[in-house]
Every structure is written in C-alpha cells, then in structure tokens.
Write a protein that binds this ligand. Structure first.
Ligand code: ATP
Length: 250
C-alpha cells in the first residue's frame, strides 16, 4: 500500500483503503470488468453524503438487522466488490447471525468463483469463523432472470425469507422481491432501481454498514423489526441530506 493510504490520519484514508482493497482483489482475479466503475459511482454519492452514516441510514440499518435476526432462513448474498471491500466484516456478521453467505455474481466464470471462494475460505480459517459459504454448486434458478446470473443455491438464496444483498443490480433485486422475499440492500445511490425496489434500503457505504451491524450485535442492540418503518421516507431523507449538502456548498 502507498505511504498515504497506510496513514490513518490522512483525510482520505478510508477511501484510499477501499481502493487498495479493490486493487488487490483485481490482481487476484476476483472482480468483474465493471467493478471499478460501480465503485466510482458509489464514491461520488458517498462524497455527497459527507462520507458518513446519516441518521436515516442508521434507522434502515437497525431495521435490516432486526429483520435478519428474526428471519427463519436469512442469507447474505455476496458479489466481487462486497468480498473485496468487506469480506472479513461480512463473514463476522454471518457468524454472529448464524446464517450462510452465498456468492452470487453477475459475470460468473470458474476462475472468478475459485478466487472468491479461496479468499473467503482463507479469512474464515484465519478468523476461526463458523460460516457456510454457498454458491460453488448452484442447484436452483431465480425466476424471471436470463442466463447464468439466475443461478443460485436452493439451500441459500432460493429458500431464504430475508436476504441481504449489498450492491445489487436493479433487475435481480426486482426478481428477488417478486419471489416474495424481504430484500435488504446497501446502496449509496438513493436513486438507483435497486434502492427503489428493495424492502429496506440502506443508503450508506458498505463497510460502514457492516461495521455498524457487527457493533449492534456485539452490544446486544438489536430490536424487533419496527411496524412503522417507512422505506420511502428513509430514501427521501437521504435525498434531502444530499440537496442540503449541495446548497450549503453553493
Ligand atoms: P441499478 O440497476 O440498481 O439502477 P446500477 O446500474 O447503478 O444500479 P451497479 O452499477 O450494478 O448498479 O451497482 C453499483 C451500485 O452500487 C451503485 O448504485 C453504487 O452507488 C453502489 N455502490 C458502489 N460501491 C458501494 C459501496 N462501497 N457501498 C455502497 N454502495 C456502493
């Protein structure tokens, strides 16, 4: 890592650290060609949010965690960027929730799958975590999607009732909602199709969200899912936050 990226007092430390993780993942063959473009779009929105967890995102995070904790078959779906940016943190979350993770990638090749599984298994071993990692042998399909991206595991995504899908694309989010699942997404872009389709939309940066969830679980701060939770209102508050930030800068 460069000297600047290794210095936690640097104002762009977190951002540089995330870029470094993506560079390393790219070298290991874990990422799709469009991975850095997707990350760049996320960074732009994070800048507009002030690179912080805004209050409405914290409310959505609490609701998502409550739903995961009370689910019958929770699962966390992982793509290349998620594994690269927060693989360790996500495995700790799955360990605490006692739920499986499933690698479910848009551009599926045997080499990418091997790289992602290898990376996750290495973390699992090192951190001594008890987590089932699914996705190597898909045996079901998500209805309404074409091609290999519809593939999934019956025991994981297919049979899940509550699914956390960080950095999902709109099509697949829509297909999962159509299957009757409670779909929890993490997306810095409050305007994306994914953000608008999901049951719970956390407009916040992935690694911050997973860290917040792990802290809440460790401190026993998980409530029951709130009946009055309004997803549209959380999205609106993110947009209002961005608009306020833009007008205060202008
Ligand atoms: P959609 O199909 O939902 O309209 P899209 O085409 O913008 O979305 P992709 O490019 O597939 O979606 O996914 C990237 C999305 O992930 C973007 O909305 C981006 O803001 C978000 N994103 C990227 N990096 C992060 C991150 N670290 N944390 C949270 N969100 C992120």
């Amino acid at each position: 890592m460069s000297k600047i990226a290794a210095d936690p007092s640097h104002p762009r430390y977190q951002s540089l650290l995330m870029r470094h993780r993506l560079e390393e993942a790219e070298k290991k063959g874990m990422l799709a060609g469009s991975a850095l473009i997707a990350h760049g779009r996320g960074e732009a929105f994070d800048y507009l949010l002030g690179e912080q967890t805004i209050p409405s995102a914290l409310i959505a995070t609490q609701q998502a965690l409550a739903l995961l904790s009370s689910a019958n078959h929770p699962v966390i779906s992982l793509n290349g960027n998620v594994v690269a940016l927060a693989g360790k943190e996500v495995l700790h979350l799955a360990h605490q929730l006692k739920c499986p993770v499933e690698i479910n990638i848009f551009y599926r090749t045997p080499e990418r799958m091997e790289a992602l599984l290898g990376h996750l298994n290495e973390i699992k071993l090192r951190e001594e975590l008890d987590v089932e990692i699914l996705g190597a042998e898909p045996d079901a399909r998500i209805p309404g999607l074409e091609g290999p991206r519809a593939n999934c595991s019956k025991r994981g995504i297919f049979d899940s009732d509550v699914i956390l899908v960080p950095l999902e694309d709109g099509d697949r989010c829509e297909a999962l909602v159509a299957m009757g699942k409670t779909v929890l997404v993490i997306d810095l872009n409050p305007l994306s199709r994914t953000a608008r389709m999901a049951s719970v939309t956390i407009v916040d940066e992935l690694s911050r969200v997973i860290t917040n969830m792990n802290k809440m679980l460790l401190s026993d701060k998980v409530a029951q899912p709130g009946d009055n939770y309004q997803n549209a209102q959380c999205i609106q508050e993110a947009l209002t936050h961005i608009a306020t930030f833009l007008s205060s800068e202008g």
